[in-house]
Design a protein around this ligand. Structure first.
Ligand SMILES: [Zn+2]
Length: 170
């Protein structure tokens, strides 16, 4: 390889690595596992008891937080300084949830949240993480959901309503 093209290729690779580190998937399949002592920062429950609902995030510092369910995770994300003093949402590096149908840990940016269903998690009504538009539609129809959102579309206001059980039909 010519020296010049080597430098260009090397530069490109560095750029890609930077992009990956700054914006890309943070877990690469290696999700943190909750231990027996990990409690949900929002409600205080032991997370390992709810493997089908668990969720969490990792801060830039490497600190890991585990949540009992998507609702507590999302509430925490909208209130990082409250539950992780000295930190902000910008310091959150990776977010994961447990996908409803597979019960596998999944990057929260790779799922859709079905809101307003009749499904009940450890903390009552919840936002249900599902991978793929088709599966999300199916779950919405099967459990009388209200709407489907991406992670970034979930607002604090909506979350508050879900936490208070106000998005349920009937
Ligand atoms: Zn919780």
């Amino acid at each position: 390889m010519e020296r010049r093209s080597f430098i260009i290729a090397f530069g490109g690779l560095c750029g890609l690595l930077w992009l990956f580190a700054a914006h890309g998937p943070s877990f690469a399949g290696e999700f943190p596992k909750p231990g027996k002592d990990d409690r949900c920062p929002v409600c205080g429950m032991f997370v390992y008891k709810y493997p089908k609902w668990a969720a969490g995030f990792v801060l830039q510092s490497g600190a890991r937080f585990f949540h009992c369910c998507p609702k507590c995770l999302l509430h925490n994300l909208h209130n990082v300084p409250k539950y992780q003093p000295g930190q902000t949402r910008e310091n959150v590096r990776g977010i994961w949830v447990t996908e409803y149908y597979t019960t596998k840990q999944t990057d929260a940016h790779e799922v859709l949240f079905v809101v307003g269903t009749t499904l009940v998690g450890p903390m009552g009504l919840d936002l249900i993480p599902v991978r793929g538009e088709t599966a999300a539609q199916t779950l919405k129809e099967d459990y009388q959901g209200e709407f489907i959102l991406t992670l970034d579309e979930v607002t604090a206001e909506m979350l508050d309503k879900v936490r208070k059980g106000k998005l349920k039909r009937n």
